[in-house]
Design a protein around this ligand. Structure first.
Ligand SMILES: [Fe+2]
Ligand SMILES: [Fe+2]
Length: 135
């Protein structure tokens, strides 16, 4: 499967880029053959994505705070909103219907891509100076 990651997503901050890349890797795993999975398996996969998102958001928020990024609060709100939206969808939908699973899957990908390009890019200059190298 072609990777979702594209260099257009790169903030040139290795610690962040690696996490974004890792998220897409998990996303690809979640997407593969979902039509043939049970509701329990699908819920576990969405759970894995959500858990990684929570980890990533915490890391990102820490760096934004440390850098004194001006729009930290607004950015954090976006993260919180996204997690609560995923939670809502998980409660709403019956995972036995693969079409509904697909809806959640597509929502997560679209939101995440748009968030990188429009919101994460905005802290780039501030965070670049203080972020550690690597993972
Ligand atoms: Fe973010
Ligand atoms: Fe991010």
């Amino acid at each position: 499967m072609a990777s979702i990651w594209s260099d257009n997503f790169s903030l040139n901050i290795p610690v962040i880029d690696n996490q974004h890349r890792k998220f897409f890797e998990i996303f690809e795993k979640v997407s593969k053959g979902y039509e043939n999975k049970t509701s329990e398996e699908l819920d576990a996969l969405i759970g894995e994505l959500e858990e990684y998102l929570e980890f990533h958001f915490e890391e990102e928020e820490k760096l934004m705070r440390e850098s004194g990024y001006k729009w930290y609060e607004a950015h954090k709100k976006q993260h919180t909103f996204f997690i609560s939206r995923i939670e809502e969808m998980r409660n709403e939908f019956d995972y036995l219907n693969p079409m509904l699973f697909n809806k959640i899957r597509v929502f997560i990908k679209k939101w995440f891509v748009s968030h990188i390009l429009h919101k994460d890019f905005d802290y780039k200059e501030d965070v670049a100076g203080i972020a550690p190298d690597g993972n």
